[in-house]
Design a protein. Sequence first.
Lengths: 315, 324, 267
Amino acid sequence: MAGYIAWRLVSAVPVILLVTLISFSIMSLVPGDPAAIIAGATATDAEIADLRVALGLDRPFLTRLVHWYGDLLSGDLGRSILLQRPVAEAIAERLPVTLALGAYALVLTLVFGVGLGVVAAVRQNTWVDQICMTVAVLGVSIPNLWLALLFVFLFAVTLGWFPTGGYVPFGEDAVGALVALTLPAISLALMQVGLLARMTRSAMLEVLRQDFVRTARAKGLPGWFVVLRHALGNALIPLVTVMGIILSLMISGTVVIESVFSLPGMGRLIVNAIQRRDYPVIQGGLMLIATALVLVNLVVDLLYAWLDPRVRYAD
Amino acid sequence: MSALLAVRDLTVTFETTAGAVAAVDALSFDIGPGEFLGIVGESGSGKSVTALAAMGLVVAPGRIAQGSIRLGGEELVGLPERSMRRIRGRRMAMVFQEPMASLNPVMRIGDQIAEAIRWHEDVSARAAAARAVDLLGTVGIPAPAERARAYPQQMSGGMRQRAMIAMAIACSPALLIADEPTTALDVTVQAQIMDLLRSLRERFGMALLLITHDLGLVAEQADRVLVMYAGRMVEEAPTASLFARPLHPYSAGLLDSIPDIEIRRPVLPAIEGVVPSLSALPPGCRFGPRCRFAEPACTTADPPLRRFGVRATACRRDLDLARA
Amino acid sequence: MLVIGGLLLLCVIAMALAAELITPISPTRMSMRTRFSPPGSPLHPLGSDAIGRDVLSRLVHGARVSLRIGTFVVLAAGVAGTAIGALAGYFRALDGPLMRTMDALMAFPAILLAIAIAAALGPSEVNVVIALSAVYAPRTARVVRAQVLVLRDAEYVQAARVAGAGDAFILRRHILPNCTAPLIVQLTFVFAYAVLAEAVLSFLGVGPPPPTPTWGNMIADGRNFIREAPWITMMPGIAISITVLGLNLLGDGLRDVLDPRMQVAQA
């Protein structure tokens, strides 16, 4: 176990280094002179030259890279060209919106994903199973972009039950914030619900045919308790490792969902930066997100090892 | 003597692509309070399905097609799941063949025992945990308090089966069903587990239903033995009588295949052939194709079970054989 | 599942191939007199958009773009992923460096990385293919590597090695052919992701530039008129859903047929 933890920690280091390197190198993909493209067609030569110096593009790639790492270590992600402010500050300001949306969608994902999967497995090969699995496969097939627009059309424009978009801070109006985030969270959760439901179902089917489930019934435990405590208790352990994938999919989703619902979150910040070629924001944002996901996967793997006594107490 | 468990005309069918087959076919038997009954048969004889039917644990595609199972006079067939649940683990408990697979790998042993107690009796979590430790001591596990905190994979096979037994006797059931409890274990451990079951039965006055393919295992201890073949009972007798003079050629064949240290035989005789598939049973007597004594008349009808006092057999040549 | 998925996909392929037969109208022809025609109009069976372009025509021509992008992404990610996965799985020395690099690429959320790459390269169909291939090649490499790791130690591979077969021969002759089943399943899903991702990239303005008829562009065009002309947005969304559903069902069906372990779980 200790050996596994050590190996897992060590192997995360090169990945994080590569992640930062890739984030930084994205700008080098730009064909031609990035400064000219960023400055736009109407910029004068002097403006382009100024921008080149501001971005450090007058210096060689390696110098800039070393410089960037140096700044990273002191917590400096650089300055946004577009917003004229530190990237870290802009991200910190947008983060709560994305976290609120993500948390809401994550709750929906876990409740409905695991719920549909468990129900489908318990009622395997019945019409209940078929309905659950139809919902799940539709979930992974319908583009969340389009679902979000469909929801806006149906529930916001036509029925008027929800606002078409916008963000209400929780501090001002908790109920309003929840209402405003409901359509975005459902649109964002659907794909992960489908994914998790399918995985939960197959994990549950695997566990339900094992002998210890019969032992639990032979003890006189109620059926629901056998399913939840004994079967789900076992099936959830491998499902923990899917958390990294689910969060990754959700972050991809926020980019779209925040745009559709005009939510001032991190996804929209990055999309705007990408569309307007605000490279410091792109580099900083990508680097933070990917590093966070590497750490999430690290924690999830360690959690998995700790949760499964077969791994925890293995020699 | 009024029976503790009375099984009458029990038929358990399994739905297959080729239609329904009867894994247990019109089986009737009794177990008295405190009695030790052995059910012996090869795999596919229906002995394990019989045990699961008694526990109400037959799952789809299997189902109890007909018959009656009474525990202390109460009919169990058709009993709602809610009521059956109160009987399982409390009045009737079961030990399975593979202790490793039969224990939840991610729950501590003590918790698995305590949970059985808590669902049947109104006790605190602390009291149930303490009783789980006591039970582990009762089944002969050293350092029970420490073992209660262990996970199944941290124990040896014999230790796990002891834990399974502790779980089964947690609520002092009147009937303990043990389905091949020693098959997955080493020979030396097998004897220890059988000794444990015997001593627990004496100590708690439980009836014991031992399901096994090994007639030798029931030889010295069981009060009565029931021999099953292809879903049917072919012979029932007090253990001593069966060993002294089996009435069915199949029982005789099983007896011959027990190793006996007093009689040296160069080759242990085995019964030729295999148990027939339930979906392709031979005409007439099911054992006919493998029987040394079969005659043409044996293929016309499956012989009914006939009773002779405390004994019963389903062979149309039984008396000829007994005289022989 | 296999059959339904295959049929759905065949419908989409037929629609793309027969685009000119289905509607003679050009997908880029504007007509200010017939803006916002609702579905069922004599000229525009599925309606027209804000500048009078025919939705049906854009839909069937959009199918071409989606299928083309999907096909090229599957080819590129398949070839690159197989090569990287095979090398990493077969040669222990390469495993660490290659797979840590793949891990780093996979650490980025797929669509987000694709957007960033496509935006940096500039909006075009080729760049969408490059961006999506860069995103899905590592995921394919992981699948191939896992399979190669198992096969590398298989007895018949050991036997071939003992018999003096070279690494290239063993890889080509004994290992890669046995990777095809998981690879086909994986690439079916990659195709589905690519169709979904194309829509997002176009929607965000980093896909094939307007007026190219892509499903993502259509959704972006219709977005601001969802109140008065919802069909502009709904039609491409339904097309994407049917295509991706067909691919997902096909992938599920193929997995059940090709992977014996899954068959056991289903029995």
